[in-house]
Design a protein around this ligand. Sequence first.
Ligand code: PRP
Ligand code: URA
Length: 209
Amino acid sequence: MSRVYVFDHPLIQHKVTFIRDKNTGTKEFRELVDEVTTLMGYEITREMPLEETTIETPVATCKSNVIAGKKVGLVPILRAGLGMVDGLMKLIPAAKVGHVGLYRDPETLQPVEYYVKLPSDVAERELIVTDPMLATGGSAVAAITALKNRGAKNLKLMCLIAAPEGIKMVQEEHPDVDIYVAAIDEYLNDHGYIVPGLGDAGDRLYGTK
Ligand code: PRP
Ligand code: URA
């Protein structure tokens, strides 16, 4: 069974409140998503392995640590997941970025895949799949399946807000994928929206409707 981490850092919780607020405009919404993603990225990278190297400071030679291990790949689920890429790239600038294009059919709520483009060495990378919203879980499950079908082995899922239904579905379908969120909300309404949620993440990020 995969683990679920809820980042309860006060700065994250504070910023998520304003992300949720319907009076927060597009520019501020985008900036807040970026900031929260960076703060979550700080936590998600906490267990990265280190290795020792030798450097010279202006004063002396010393041993010091650098990040070791597998290279990272970021995989936003288009479109809203794109809003979380820059916030992570600030911390992991060498990460390669793959894209999975999915939209949720408004009637059936089923994900429809329209684009997949990944780094050629996807099998060797530690992948962080990003999407602000984990609602029914259909989109995240389809994206992770698409990645695994192309060789991905090591995946994490990072969302801002999740519904219990979405967490359950990802855990059932992909028990090897840990889930990182800023909040777990109450339930999904009849239209598949997270309650209280933040509305439509893609529309709020890009000013569409
Ligand atoms: C939203 C969101 C997720 C999906 C979540 O995307 O960004 O990808 O819905 O819902 P689910 O868990 O029930 O699948 P949407 O389909 O609105 O596409 P967009 O990002 O292009 O706006
Ligand atoms: N997608 C969104 O953007 N918001 C929701 O609440 C559910 C799915």
